[in-house]
Design a protein around this ligand. Structure first.
Ligand SMILES: *Cc1c(COP(=O)(O)O)cnc(C)c1O
Length: 357
């Protein structure tokens, strides 16, 4: 099996070795040390502020998005959401469920988010902006500077879902004054699903998390912050995945974050160059290095997906919604190389021919 998917990803051998080991008992100083070590690296890689605090949650990314909303926002807020696809829309759905007043900047599939989109929302009393910095459903990587500038001008909080961008594209929490960064194990970290992390600025902890009376036991961030002072969580974490995380972050530390980002960028660019040989197009908007959407002229995307899966045991990401028959997405993260690109292009060529016949 070979995965060109964005999460789960083609995991590295070193990570699968950790996954194959006995899951240790975790209420020990030794496990606490491992968690604190991971936390130090994680915060370093995202340049979290000196007093930033992390919440380690056993849930998928959506759970972390929902927990962030519950712990940081109330009915008295007014949130501006960048809704450019499936994940932007998830923020909208979450605000509806939790009764948080909100408006959306809707971005069409072929539209680029620019400064102009924000102009009419200046001085309108918004208290927060929610954005998925890589909208994974389209692959568009938004310009964080534009969004951060709006937040600074309007003195709003900034919540960034960096699930498919952190450890893939450059990401810097402190420079752009991000108040909450949401990540999830199965995407950028390229380990098994089940662990999600929210990294909070000192400001949002003081002004919101400590003040809001959350009606939820499992997701109460205050409990997580208290226990994490000694590297623990209030409830049993996904211990095995925490072990994978520590291995993954230390591997990145050894090779250097810049080198990792450069190598992903190289594989992504190589794929985007090679894919021109095929009868497909790729979007013109700025893309995250995580993924490349490939657009077919005919309604063959599902057929091509199934041929790759059933005949070659190779997986790419299908795309939901009204473009599902036209778009597939190819991920470039995890254990994926230029040699793998050559193989995939070759298989795509065969699959397209077969799907059209
Ligand atoms: C994958 C992803 C999520 C979370 O999805 P889950 O299935 O809940 O893990 C959220 N936001 C983005 C941008 C994603 O790519």
């Amino acid at each position: 099996m070979k995965l060109f998917t964005v999460g789960p990803t083609q995991m590295r051998k070193e990570i699968m070795e950790v996954g194959g080991q006995l899951v240790p008992y975790f209420r020990t100083p030794e496990f606490s040390e491992i968690m604190l070590d991971s936390d130090r690296l994680l915060k370093k890689f995202m340049n979290a502020g000196r007093d930033a605090q992390s919440i380690y949650l056993t849930c998928s990314g959506t759970g972390a998005m929902e927990a962030t909303i519950m712990n940081c926002f109330t009915k008295n807020d007014k949130v501006l959401i960048v809704d450019g696809g499936t994940f932007g829309h998830r923020f909208v759905d979450l605000c509806k469920v939790h009764g948080i007043p909100h408006d959306s900047i809707c971005i069409r599939f072929d539209e680029i988010l620019t400064e102009k989109h924000f102009k009419k929302y200046d001085n309108k009393g918004y208290t927060a902006v929610f954005v998925n910095i890589d909208e994974t459903s389209t692959g568009q990587l938004y310009d964080i500077k534009i969004i951060s500038d709006y937040c600074k001008r309007n003195d709003t909080y900034l919540v960034v879902d960096a699930i498919s961008s952190f450890l893939i594209d450059h990401y810097d929490m402190d420079t752009y004054d991000v108040d909450a960064t949401i990540i999830s194990s199965q995407k950028g970290m390229c380990i098994a699903p089940g662990l999600s992390v929210v990294v909070l600025s000192d400001r949002i902890v003081r002004e919101r998390v400590k003040k809001i009376d959350i009606k939820n036991l499992y997701f109460n961030f205050n409990e997580y912050m208290k226990d994490f002072e000694r590297g623990q969580t209030p409830f049993t974490p996904c211990v095995g995945i925490c072990m994978e995380m520590n291995r993954a972050l230390n591997l990145i530390e050894e090779m250097g974050l810049e080198n990792l980002l450069m190598s992903i960028d190289k594989v992504a660019k190589d794929f985007r160059k090679r894919v021109k040989e095929l009868p497909v197009t790729i979007p013109a908007f700025p893309l995250s290095s995580a993924i490349t959407p490939i657009i077919f002229k005919d309604k063959i995307a599902k057929k091509v997906f199934n041929i790759l899966k059933d005949k070659y045991d190779v997986y790419v990401n299908p795309t939901g919604g009204d473009r599902e028959e036209y778009v597939l997405r190819v991920a470039h993260i995890g254990d994926t190389t230029i040699e793998d690109n050559k193989m995939l292009i070759d298989l795509l060529r065969k699959a397209i021919k077969e799907a059209k016949s």
